[in-house]
Design a protein around this ligand. Structure first.
Ligand code: FAD
Ligand code: PYC
Length: 414
């Protein structure tokens, strides 16, 4: 694969861009792989990438029923932060945030990581306590966050009305190295790197069945035929329950739509990300100038990858008191993705009751930020059967009552 560089761009400009390779090869499935990853979202692709990079395992296929990055990865609002409360969460989310810092160089692909800073607003006394506790925990964990007062919030985000009649801003949890990245580029960059290592990224290939012999996985049945494997990683977010059913076990997961919308583009109005979880809303401004807006999950389980009118009204109504300028904007488009939510709002990275099957899911409304860290950890779990980053995130913790409660830190309210 040719490297992207200023020199390559100049060379291609001189010859009408006729010399670029395809970013990833289009291949038909082989009969057998060492590892099959189901789901070419960010987590599946990152898992495959680190299997190759960290463990030299490259006889790998990533199977995707639609187009790569077309699930939640390409539908999310790209907030990256690592300000979680519990130690196992801080470890994996901070690993992930730090990998984002060098991802463009690592993948030789510009993922537009923008560490512009993220505030989680406290608008009730309950949130003040929760975020102060998180700031103290983060200090012990080596994660740089800070409790800031309302005057500093206003300084960081002048368009905000901090004296709202119902929910005045009482302060916030500020992570200066949090931010955003370009979601598609993260998926494309990993896919290109996987393909370059000789892995097969196979789109339009839906897994319809999981084959086992004597309690061990031996392959999958797909819309492109049967494919054998020694190990299987299920990394399908909102469809995890469907896949686990094919493999004959159940997961403690609920699937529910999360929606987002963007406004018409406007001149630069805010250069940080703000989350207001009490009122169920959050806001940032994209490089194109659109205000990127999201809120809470739908109030009922569903598999609907679509937006709905009531959600626009609820979310904008929630935010407009704190951001009065929103009232004057036209909304441009909205969409939805299916997120996979666990009871303790923490993910599952785990072995399963079937030997050779591993599952990565349960990132709920907050897994984009976790893509590189999750891929790093999941690759180690698949390659070695154990990873210090995944030990606490077993699917069996729910049976044992060892919850990792992240209800305060979880992203879009649910
Ligand atoms: P996905 O990207 O959904 O990938 C799973 C893939 O599996 C899909 O492409 C799907 O087609 C494929 N698949 C499913 N079934 C099969 C099958 N049978 N065979 C083959 N392939 C299959 N997180 C943040 O950190 N910050 C945010 O700001 C943020 N905002 C969000 C906003 C919205 C509106 C949404 C919906 C989510 C948001 N998230 C956010 C959450 C984040 O998007 C997800 O946690 C993350 O993208 C999950 O990635 P994934 O790779 O696990 O799943
Ligand atoms: O996890 O930070 C997050 C998030 C913000 C919006 C949706 N998820």
């Amino acid at each position: 694969m040719k490297r992207y560089s200023a020199f390559a761009i100049a060379r291609e400009a001189m010859r009408n861009h006729t010399g670029w390779d395809r970013a990833w090869a289009k291949r038909a499935p082989k009969k057998k792989y060492d590892v099959i990853i189901v789901g070419a979202g960010g987590h599946g692709l990152a898992t495959a990438y680190y299997l190759g990079k960290n463990f030299g395992i490259t006889n790998v296929a990533i199977l995707e029923k639609g187009w790569l990055g077309g699930g939640n990865t390409g539908r999310n609002t790209t907030i990256i932060r690592s300000n979680y409360l519990q130690d196992p969460s801080a470890a994996i989310y901070e690993k992930s945030r730090s990998l984002y810092e060098t991802m463009s160089q690592d993948l030789n692909y510009n993922v537009m990581f923008s560490p512009r800073g993220v505030i989680m607003l406290a608008q009730t006394q309950h949130e003040v306590r929760g975020y102060k506790r998180t700031a103290h925990a983060n200090a012990l964990q080596g994660v740089t966050t800070e409790w800031i007062d309302p005057a500093r919030v206003k300084e960081l985000c002048p368009i905000m009305n901090i004296d709202g009649p119902r929910y005045p801003v009482l302060g916030g949890l500020w992570q200066a190295r949090g931010g955003t990245a370009r979601h598609d580029a993260v998926a494309w960059g990993y896919a290109r790197a996987c393909s370059d290592m000789g892995m097969d990224v196979i789109q339009q290939c839906e897994v319809k069945g999981v084959r086992q012999q004597n309690g061990k996985v031996v392959g999958v049945d797909t819309t492109q035929g049967a494919i054998d494997c020694d190990k299987l990683g299920m990394v399908v977010a909102g469809h995890s329950g469907v896949l686990s059913q094919m493999a004959g076990f159940r997961l403690p997961i609920e699937s529910v739509a999360l929606q987002a919308l963007v406004s018409e583009p406007i001149k630069p109005a805010m250069d940080i990300v703000v989350m207001a979880n009490t009122v169920h809303g959050y806001l940032s401004q994209s490089d194109k100038g659109e205000m990127v807006i999201g809120g809470g999950t739908d109030g009922y389980n569903n598999y609907t990858q679509r937006g709905s009118f009531h959600h626009i009204e609820e979310t904008v109504r929630a935010l407009v008191e704190t951001f009065p300028m929103l009232a004057r904007l036209k909304m441009l488009r909205q969409w939805g993705g299916i997120v996979d939510v666990t009871g303790d709002r923490s993910p599952i990275l785990s072995k399963t009751p079937v030997e050779g099957i591993f599952v990565n899911c349960g990132w709920g409304t907050g897994g984009f930020k976790a893509i590189p860290g999750s891929g790093w950890a999941m690759a180690e779990l698949i390659a070695k059967g154990q990873s210090p980053l995944t030990d606490e995130f077993s699917m069996f913790r729910f049976r044992e009552g060892k919850f990792i409660d992240e209800s305060v830190a979880a992203g879009g309210a649910h």
